[in-house]
Design a protein around this ligand. Structure first.
Ligand code: GLA
Length: 359
């Protein structure tokens, strides 16, 4: 009320997400295993009776106005409101003319830390707007619209994992998602005596500025080489041995390692889901460890600070596995840790991290 001089119609929450395994393969038609988390983004929203969206971010302590009549001519500038404009453009395709709204956005999710603050922002804003204005948009379509907002307007060539996990997540479940068909299954998290622990390296990562788009291009180049030999649409349709035996790809060492990560990671998701369903948490931990090693060595999206966190976590008794989560180049790790050892785990992890890094 103090920002817009009106009470909100409603307040909405969109979670962030942690990816348990299946990293950098959503855009390669692979399987991923993310889960929604209980920190996220909050939206207070009301109609304002004008042809504009007024947006206030508590994080940036900044208020911006977007004139809806100018929507089609607005250019992305790298400002946080790009995500709002991108999503408004998507909704405008199906539901024009849009009505004016006042929106206040707050978040308890660390930004640029691999927990999908941007997808939480776009999906949550889209959900709130559709609910307020009575637009009939199912959650999968909302996830696709939010991804299109990032791809087409913000300029990040991200896959569908984050938006899907945020739109479709459920308490005490992770989501096994086939990113080529969008078929999915909610997998119950029976962690009896264990916890999922997220550790923030505090190394900031901005997707648009990172090598994320470059990795996507490298995967497309690797796919082009493999398609001379195999009739496939996505990298993750191939087996590890098919990638290993492609002599032309092996000559392009970097591309070969990128493709090798993708197919091995996809295989690890199958193994992880089976292990989770059968309560074999130690096997799940082994897959998490192998995932990180592959992201560090073959895919080269880790960084020294993430490696310190992962190595330290693995050396602490009670930790079954640890890996970076999200796009990498900074951000968070995810570990599976015995509940009874949590206080000791946290203390030792913090101590090891402070000793080896400046963060
Ligand atoms: C970011 C992208 C996702 C996915 C991950 C890496 O979070 O938004 O689409 O590619 O990186 O797994």
């Amino acid at each position: 009320q103090s920002v817009f001089n009106r009470l909100p119609h409603a307040i909405y929450f969109a979670p962030g997400r942690v990816n348990l395994i299946g990293e950098h393969i959503d855009y390669n038609g692979g399987r991923v295993l993310p889960a929604a988390i209980s920190t996220g983004t909050y939206f207070a929203i009301a109609r304002n009776g004008a042809a504009r969206a007024n947006v206030f971010s508590t994080l940036f302590q900044e208020r911006k106005t977007i004139e809806l009549s100018e929507l089609l001519s607005i250019k992305a500038t790298g400002h946080w409101t790009d995500y709002i404009v991108g999503l408004l453009l998507q909704l405008n395709n199906s539901f024009a003319p849009l009505a004016g709204v006042d929106i206040l956005v707050a978040s308890d999710l660390p930004q640029n830390s691999g927990l999908s603050s941007s997808a939480s922002f776009t999906v949550g804003f889209g959900f709130a707007l559709c609910d307020l204005l009575g637009f009939d948009l199912d959650r999968v379509s909302l996830a696709l619209a939010a991804r299109a907002a990032e791809n087409d307007f913000v300029g990040v060539n991200c896959g569908i994992m984050d938006q899907f996990a945020i739109a479709m997540g459920k308490a005490d479940h992770c989501i096994e998602l086939d990113c080529s068909s969008l078929e999915y299954e909610l997998v119950p998290m029976h962690l009896a005596g264990y916890e999922i622990v997220i550790a923030n390296s505090m190394v900031p990562r901005k997707l648009a500025e990172s090598n994320y788009n470059l990795r996507r291009t490298e995967c497309e180049q690797a796919l082009n080489v493999l398609q001379k030999q195999y009739s496939v649409v996505h990298l993750c349709e191939l087996s590890a041995s098919q990638v290993e035996s492609c002599t032309e790809l092996r000559k392009a060492d970097v591309l070969w390692r990128r493709a090798r990560h993708a197919v091995n990671e996809n295989e690890r998701v199958y193994e992880s889901v089976a292990a989770l369903k059968q309560g074999r948490l130690a096997d799940f931990g082994i897959c998490m460890n192998a995932s990180h090693d592959s992201l560090r060595d073959d895919y080269e999206v880790s960084c020294p600070e993430l490696d310190v966190l992962v190595d330290a976590a693995r050396s602490i008794p009670g930790c079954l596995g640890s890996r970076m989560t999200g796009a990498g180049f900074g951000g968070c790790t995810v570990s599976i840790v015995e509940s009874a050892t949590l206080p000791e785990f946290s203390a030792r992890l913090l101590e090891a991290y402070a000793r080896s890094t400046s963060y």
